[in-house]
Design a protein around this ligand. Structure first.
Ligand code: ATP
Length: 241
């Protein structure tokens, strides 16, 4: 099957410090690809490179088009949407206004239809459309951040640690919704997560990231069972992970 995203030779430096070197990843249509690695390994930087948020060397082909120097905004228009770690919703705007921001370029009927779709998916936030976003719990803010990203009708969602700072029950709920979204649409996802157990419920492919490079790549089928997972984590990320 042809790939939706093909990235190769990706390298990113912050100043003179290299953060990511010669990274290659592929994402198929409708696939969930997880990036797994320790803090500081370079996972977020890989997502930002794909989103066009950091100057990047290398080649990214999305749906047959080389992205080159396309801006983040131009990439959003093509369907590549980044959901940052720490959520970054606009706390002083209402839930509804935050959703509108995610679909700023849509006409009114599409905006309304997408908003209804998102609120149907996340009933927790549907009850507080007019409340300021800061009033939401951490889990609800995460749902709003994902919902805002869905407003633009993405084809590739770049999800940075959606479980960060959430209680286990909320993590479970957020992942259940991600599973629903995935089944509803042909959405592809690149997921950065520390929560390996939850990641394995969604991922089709796992890339192991260490010291700014991809050190291993396994299909989910190869990581079934605790023994196989432990062995992969040990060999790619080190026993201490
Ligand atoms: P985490 O899980 O902690 O977010 P990560 O695997 O996503 O880690 P990155 O955030 O991509 O890792 O960071 C990769 C490297 O780049 C780290 O050494 C980090 O300190 C550095 N780095 C990240 N962002 C910046 C920045 N804006 N300026 C300078 N260095 C940065």
């Amino acid at each position: 099957m042809s790939k939706l995203l093909q990235a190769q030779g990706l390298s990113v430096s912050y100043g003179i410090l290299p953060a990511v070197r010669d990274v290659a990843i592929d994402v198929g249509p409708g696939a969930v690809v997880a990036l797994l690695g320790a803090n500081g390994a370079g996972k977020s930087t890989i997502l930002k490179a794909i989103a066009g948020l950091v100057p990047t060397q290398g080649e990214i082909i999305f749906d047959g088009e080389t992205l080159g120097t396309l801006s983040t905004r131009q990439r959003v228009r093509r369907g590549i949407v980044y959901v940052p770690e720490g959520r970054q919703i606009v706390a002083t705007l209402s839930v509804g206004e935050n959703l509108t921001l995610g679909g700023y370029h849509l006409d009114r009927p599409t905006l309304r239809q997408r908003s209804e779709m998102v609120l149907g998916l996340f009933p927790e936030i549907a009850n507080c459309v007019h409340s300021p976003a800061w009033m939401l719990s951490g889990g609800e803010q995460q749902m709003l951040a994902i919902g805002r990203a869905l407003m633009s009708g993405p084809r590739l969602l770049l999800l940075d640690e959606p479980s960060l700072g959430l209680a286990p029950l909320l993590v479970k709920r957020v992942f259940e919704r991600l599973n629903t979204i995935r089944q509803m649409s042909a959405l592809s996802v690149v997921l950065v997560e520390q929560n390996f157990r939850m990641t394995m419920q969604l991922a089709d492919d796992v890339y192991f990231v260490r010291s700014g490079g991809i050190v291993g790549h396994r299909g989910a089928a190869e990581l079934q069972g605790p023994a196989a997972r432990e062995q992969a984590i040990e060999s790619y990320l080190g026993a201490a992970h």
